[in-house]
Design a protein around this ligand. Sequence first.
Ligand code: SF4
Length: 397
Amino acid sequence: MQSEQNLQLLLQSQHLSAELKHIAKKVLVGERITFDEGVILFETGELGYLGILANYIREQKHGAKTYFNRNFHIEPTNLCVYDCKFCSYSRLIKERSEGWEYTMDDMLNIVKKYDTESVTEVHIVGGVLPQYDVPFYMELFNRIKAHRPDLHVKALTPVEYHYIFKKAKLDYATGMRMMKEAGLESMPGGGAEIFHPEIRDQIAKDKCTADQWLQIHEEWHKLGMRSNATMLYGHIEAYKHRIDHMERLRQLQDKTGGFQTFIPLKFRNKDNQMSHIAESSVIEDLRNYAISRIYLDNFDHVKAYWAMISRTTAQLSLNFGVDDIDGTLDDTTKIYSMAGAEEQHPGMSTRELVELIKQAGRHPIERDTLYNVVTDYNEYEFPEQAKPQFYKLPVVN
Ligand code: SF4
């Protein structure tokens, strides 16, 4: 494999520090790197070096396969009882006039819009408000599954679950079991931000703590269910906080094996209380993907949200450890656009996603939420697109 040859060549380099060479050797034999080595990668690993290591791991796990799915989002509200400093999406309750609050019927109508489309997943996440409580969400999940049993319900994060379970006086284990019985099938990775209290207390003080976030995922995994994990990077955290974040995830994954995918989320600085902080560069984004791939050896997948980082960076990321670029979206999410992402109306057809992946020299696979293959697009030929019609124009002398 080319990626292995590249790693072998790198190991022969005279210019690599002893520390970086030692880490590269570990990666070659599949040995886990330590916390301190993770920090060394952030502090001294240049992009080319990190790319070779991460691509080697990516290709060991998946070859050239690159996953996406057909999905749509429902964002029940952009009002929120919390006030995270990085959030461009939420409007505090006092600014209620600028927000939306979907009713149960509004949300079911969104689901019905996709009745004739071959989407496989609905992704539900938004702000936290008192009326969206345990009975509300149980009824919502129940009614979505009754209407369309084949649609996978991926919904809410520990931020919402912690809030609604506390209100209903339910412990996490009971609450998550009730959600599963109501139709919840997996949990997205949001609300993790940065776990370390030195940072979390400054940017997301009031919502669930790191331990609570991890406990809720653990209870969910104990039910035999899967979830994802994110990390919001590129703001006030130091490299050691990013590694601390990944270390906590790696430890829980060793215990439960319930995480599927790690999704680094780039901090965007439009319209929030941290707008004075410059955004990370594309180089830093790619380094972060690569180090995530290297550090989280027990996670199967690393995902880049194309809608958040742009189509071109998503293509580049496929050589830096990423094997999943998320879904078709169909312009159903405002979380990225309100934070200043380039894509203001994110949506791509299956054909566009397949072409984007093929242009990067990768092998496109449409997956369902649990990474079962829906369609392998490597050899797939799309039907000819309708040719443009030309009409003879009158000649004017
Ligand atoms: S990040 Fe989530 S919990 Fe925090 S204010 Fe925004 S919507 Fe609310």
